[in-house]
Design a binder for this molecule. Structure first.
Ligand code: GLA
Length: 733
């Protein structure tokens, strides 16, 4: 068992292979957090707790005359509001009588083998030879009987602990939940830096590292999706921590809607870190006996730097979040017609693209936006998921077999969550779009969002999407979502229930995705939200890959893919080669460079194949052959960031190493040319020290030790944006 309880010490200890997490039920039955860090066996770490009289830090009733005991001073496992911990609470509730105080007292706990489950929410699951144990701790308010269950599971090999929270109303009054975090963690301040991933449309997940200060740091999303602007994943790293050394831990939310991440450096230099649902617009009224479930958080710690932390998250997502046929199966190299044609296509154009694709080694044609209703621009027809007769007069069931006959798979774009004002669906069901009665709604890209909290809307969407998927053997669906949610309200919910709306929308989406992915197990689903506006572990539970960004510029993709890599494996990131000048930036980069960057993701093309020169076609044939040859290494290799885009070195370099460490790929992209450049070396990682390796283009055989200590010289090239990928292979045992 990786979870232990000491009756004598009243200490609960959770172990993974290299980490330990510990908490204690104290003499007043309050649950204190003791420790999270490198594995410590057989040890009660409560020795470090200090009880001292601190002014303005009040004492709970049981400690009325003990001025050295205050919740405000001690590390809390799940802090509440109104009962003397004045730091940021993990939970805020209001009762029918208007009061807020919540006092969580230990009631019971259970430890069991296997993983806890979360109904209707995505969550990690047990698989392969991973040992998973679970713990549930029940805390109850003595006055109102409100019950909070803290759930934990240990993924021993992965060095990950998952957490979730359930709140049950055992009282007779209604309780409104105004804030429920999924995880709260109190630690001593080790001069932490916060590493988080901010951005915007076309520039998602930009790395930022800032020192924690006494100003509370908070970020999140109020957009209804996890968003382009912030990712529900962050790291706290000690000041000295680098890629390969030092302590750090990360938190990732398995959820795709509004979220909130907070770090607070307290008056006594302790740090509180929280992650959970966003609290604006959230007011979940619990009836008597009702239970609310907060989404799961993944928590991982590394004492060996950021790279190890990354590997732990990659492992968990690949083996315990992503599901279905394509979890391990090779994903087809696709060409998507969006940047090739935008809305201006018809059956003939698609067939012409397909003809070229086959010759180039591409394996799937994806028909993007514009195939339905009267959709010739982005102003109409969302919701009318019926074939556009002008573009596809013979229907999808005529098109798909022709594509299949050419030897290609076929994929299709949907934006099921949306409804255009100019659509038949809107005329028939104006009540289906999200809006507040008697208030003009905000449009975005001329569209509204459909109310997925409603079961009739979900039933309709299931019907239309599955009708299309049944009409022809479609192999792939791109599930898009191209606006943020406003006017948050559902006609089907009572006034009192409106505070559940944001959460129920996301649960409605999950229910729809669960049904469709279960009923169409052979279809590969890729999710998208204007690129990477909903790039999170919640979506990855249903769709094994996500379109990383609408920005296909190879140089900008370096920073986007770099930021994304900290939490998410390459097997989840869609990456395509597009035309130049690039449609988002106007930048011109060589075709080879665009491929070198797109190799580090689920590879594809997004350009007009009918306009390629002979030379370009030859190069593309080589690229598709390269991806097929190295697919396993490219998708499942261990990922190392060697020279990151923040360094201004003029190069960005990263590396993939096979599980057996007998093969590796080294990617070098010059993002800024310099005159008369100094000599530069790059140290490789992950190789076997005593083995010898043949590095492509280098004559000499070099040992792993030399490659990882002395390094490899970066061969100077003249221009901006040159790129190369070197294959490295072990020569001896
Ligand atoms: C979004 C997607 C694009 C494309 C368009 C179509 O922006 O991210 O890839 O599918 O929608 O409208």
């Amino acid at each position: 068992m990786s979870i232990l309880y000491s009756e004598q010490e009243k200490v609960v200890t959770l172990h993974t292979a290299s980490t330990t997490y510990q908490m204690k039920i104290d003499k007043y039955q309050r649950l204190l957090h003791l420790y999270y860090g490198v594995r410590i066996d057989d040890m009660d770490s409560s020795y470090y707790l200090q009880y001292s009289d601190r002014a303005f830090s009040g004492n709970i009733a049981e400690a009325r005359y003990n001025r050295t005991y205050s919740l405000d001073v001690l590390p809390q496992e799940f802090p509440t509001y109104g009962m003397s911990d004045f730091r940021i609470p993990a939970i805020v509730v209001q009762y029918e009588d208007g009061s807020y105080a919540l006092d969580l007292v230990y009631h019971s706990h259970k430890i069991y083998p296997g993983k806890y489950l979360l109904d209707g929410l995505p969550h990690t699951y047990e698989a392969r030879d991973e040992v998973v144990d679970s713990l549930e701790i029940v805390l109850i308010d003595p006055v109102t009987k409100l019950e909070v269950t803290l759930l934990y599971s240990t993924f021993e090999k992965a060095d990950v602990i998952t957490r979730a929270v359930k709140v049950t109303n055992n009282g007779s009054q209604k309780v409104s939940l105004q804030k429920v975090m999924s995880a709260s963690l109190d630690t001593m301040n080790r001069e932490y830096d916060l590493i988080h991933f901010h951005g915007r449309h076309n520039m998602e997940r930009q790395f930022e590292r800032v020192r924690l200060s006494h100003q509370t740091a908070q970020f999140g999303s109020r957009r209804g999706t996890s968003s382009h602007q912030h990712n529900p994943f962050f790291i706290l790293a000690e000041k000295e921590t680098t890629e390969s050394a030092g302590a750090c831990f990360g938190m990732m939310l398995v959820y795709s809607g509004d979220f909130q991440a907070t770090t607070e450096l307290s008056q006594f230099e302790t740090v509180r870190t929280q992650l959970g649902l966003g609290s604006e617009g959230f007011n979940y009224v619990l009836e008597a006996s009702e239970t609310f479930t907060a989404p799961e958080v993944l928590l991982s710690y590394s004492s060996k730097g950021l790279t190890t932390l990354t590997h732990q998250f990659h492992h968990l997502i690949r083996h315990h979040i992503v599901r279905g046929k394509y979890q391990y199966k090779r994903r087809p190299i696709l060409v998507n017609n969006w940047e090739a044609t935008y809305f201006d296509f018809d059956e003939n154009k698609l067939l012409a693209l397909a003809d070229e694709a086959v010759d180039l080694g591409i394996e799937m044609l994806v028909m993007d936006d514009g195939w339905f209703g009267k959709r010739d621009n982005d102003q109409t027809s969302l919701g009318d998921w019926f074939v556009n007769q002008e573009k596809l007069p013979n229907g999808i069931n005529h098109l798909v077999p022709q594509i299949h006959d050419k030897g290609l798979k076929f994929g299709i774009w949907f934006e099921p969550e949306m409804i255009s004002e100019k659509s038949d669906l809107f005329k028939q069901h104006p009540e289906w779009h999200i809006h507040v009665p008697n208030r003009e709604s905000v449009t975005s890209r001329h569209q509204y969002v459909s109310d997925l909290t409603r079961s009739d809307v979900r039933a309709y969407l299931y019907q239309v999407v599955s009708d299309i998927l049944k009409k022809a053997p479609i192999n792939y669906v791109k599930w898009d979502m191209n606006r943020s949610i406003t006017n948050n309200y559902s006609l089907k919910l009572s006034p009192e229930e409106q505070g559940k709306f944001n959460y129920l929308y996301v649960k409605g989406l999950y229910e729809l995705l669960e049904r469709l992915t279960t009923d169409f197990p052979d279809v590969l689903f890729e999710s998208c939200s204007g690129g990477g506006g909903r790039f999170d572990a919640g979506m990855l539970y249903y769709t094994p890959q996500i379109w990383t960004s609408d920005n296909t510029d190879a140089i900008e993709r370096l920073t986007i893919q770099h930021g994304t890599s900290f939490g998410y494996p390459l097997s989840t990131q869609g990456a395509h080669v597009s035309a130049v000048p690039n449609h988002q930036t106007g930048r011109v980069t060589p075709l080879d460079t665009r491929a070198v960057v797109a190799y580090s993701g689920i590879f594809g093309y997004e350009l007009d194949l009918t306009k390629l020169s002979i030379d370009e076609k030859e190069k593309i044939k080589e690229q598709t052959a390269f991806v097929k040859q190295h697919y396993d290494l490219l998708t499942n290799g261990t990922y190392y960031r060697l020279i990151s885009p923040e360094t201004q070195a003029g190069y960005v370099i990263w590396q993939l190493v096979s599980e057996e460490r007998d093969e590796s790929l080294l990617f070098i992209v010059k993002n800024k040319a310099q005159a008369n450049t100094p000599f530069k070396m790059v140290r490789l990682k992950g190789l076997l020290e005593d083995n010898e390796y043949q590095v492509e283009t280098y004559e000499k055989i070099i040992t792993g030790r030399a490659l990882m200590t002395q390094g490899l010289p970066i061969v100077e090239t003249y221009r901006d944006y040159d790129a190369t990928v070197l294959y490295i292979q072990k020569t001896t045992c």
